[in-house]
Design a binder for this molecule. Structure first.
Ligand SMILES: Cc1cc2nc3c(=O)[nH]c(=O)nc-3n(C[C@H](O)[C@H](O)[C@H](O)COP(=O)(O)O)c2cc1C
Length: 207
């Protein structure tokens, strides 16, 4: 994959799969590193975030952005929020595409719709733009067990150029907290985007 430059524009989409904390932590870390983030959330993603994290975002886009900038303590104003049906958003066009996109967590529904090119909401459209422009698209699916339809759709995405990065933390570093498990997955997303990070200790790395 092409090396991304020091400060990049990443679209982060949270959909209605369990594991909203992965997406939230990714946004926090990207902003912390000075990257620009476009935050997309599906209607089901909003429900899961409310249920798992107690986070309720306004349906009003101006308020949504204000709330999110406050929540993420985004003093640099690097965070931009978009509605699910906001097809006029710049990043919906290949001429103004983000440098990369991460769908985290990704529901099996969103996986299926990206794999079949539906582009029925902004998340699916931006993912479609990433694939057609040959830019990095990282999909973090969350479901267990997978059925054959899930696996076939994930294979289609992988064959089309997406990186399939399941939310599967490793245990060889003997994690003691949930934060460490989350940081491992988020660190792997940084790795897949060629972005430097210190989110986990690498195998063989000294303290
Ligand atoms: C609490 C909760 C957890 C869910 N977890 C998952 C999940 O882990 N994986 C999944 O594929 N769907 C999950 N779903 C179902 C999706 O939200 C549902 O299929 C939805 O249509 C996905 O829409 P979206 O892809 O537009 O976000 C969950 C739903 C709820 C309410």
């Amino acid at each position: 994959m092409k090396q991304l430059s020091s400060s990049v524009h990443i679209a982060v989409a949270l959909t209605g799969a369990s594991g909203a904390i992965y997406g939230i932590t990714l946004i926090q870390q990207l902003l912390h590193c000075g990257h620009r983030v476009s935050f997309l959330v599906s209607a089901a993603g909003r429900q899961v975030m409310a249920l798992e994290q107690g986070l309720t975002w306004s349906e009003d886009l101006v308020q949504f952005q204000q709330q999110a900038r406050e929540f993420f303590n985004d003093e640099q104003q690097n965070l931009f929020c978009y509605g699910e049906q906001e097809f006029t958003a710049p990043l919906a066009s290949g001429s103004s595409a983000a440098d990369a996109m991460v769908v985290v967590p990704s529901s099996m529904g969103t996986v299926a719709r990206i794999a079949t090119g539906i582009s029925g909401n902004l998340i699916e459209r931006v993912a479609d733009v990433m694939l057609k422009e040959r830019r990095p698209l990282v999909v973090v699916p969350r479901e267990t067990p997978f059925n054959t339809i899930h696996l076939q759709n994930l294979l289609t995405l992988s064959q089309t150029g997406a990186i399939i990065l399941p939310a599967m933390p490793a245990f060889y570093s003997q994690p003691q907290t949930m934060d460490e498990l989350i940081s491992f997955v988020v660190g792997k997303i940084f790795d897949s985007l060629d972005l430097p990070h210190q989110l986990f200790k690498r195998w063989g790395e000294k303290e």
